[in-house]
Ligand binder design. Sequence first.
Ligand SMILES: [Fe+2]
Length: 243
Amino acid sequence: MTDPHLFADSGGDLRGTVTYASLCAVLDHYRDSDWQADLVVVTGDLIQDDSPEAYEHFCRLLGALGLDVHRVPGNHDIRALMQAALAEPPFQYCASLQTGNWLITGIDSCVTGQAGGHLAAAELDRLDAVIAESDVPNVMVCLHHPPVPMGSKWLDTVGLDNGEEFLNRVTASGKVRLAIFGHVHQPYDADHGGTRIIGTPSTCRQFAQGSDDFAVDDNPPAYRRISLHADGSYNHELVWLPT
Ligand SMILES: [Fe+2]
């Protein structure tokens, strides 16, 4: 799941959607479903208002699932607050996890003070090293910013400015089957050079697809179920909450 944009005030809203309530609705939908996860990945923008209290809400709500929660920062996160508030298990920050034939690894695509993202050379090198040191054949990379254009003029000015380098590296690794991201508050799913690039809508307010200018739409909160199989194949399903 991604982009919950929580506030210290649990009544706080993002463009008319109360973000605490919509995250609760997503978690309730998951709990009430017959699909059970082994872990949760949250690809950034945990909070909206720069407050430690918003991270405390996140910690309490996600911690109640009883699952490991892997997170990468988004442009609305405050790294120091995020790391401090969620420093202990089950929370993981830009971490790597090897499970079965898969490595799941998170990278930091944020630039302090900017909405758009950039992968620093050191972060790209760290990704290369993590993949090279792993002896499993399949990798899923998690980051906040989309490594490909969305076809939305305003969103593409705040995307990842070196997405091509990211794609070149993951293609060269020969192991990265999936890269998942948030940020765009809308779905995306396409193959790029053998790597599936998947964006998931927010747990709160969604942005209009293909829009030249900033615009929201009325799509409901969402999350994605991803199943990673031992043979390197995978399934994923986008779940929109019923309206
Ligand atoms: Fe966001």
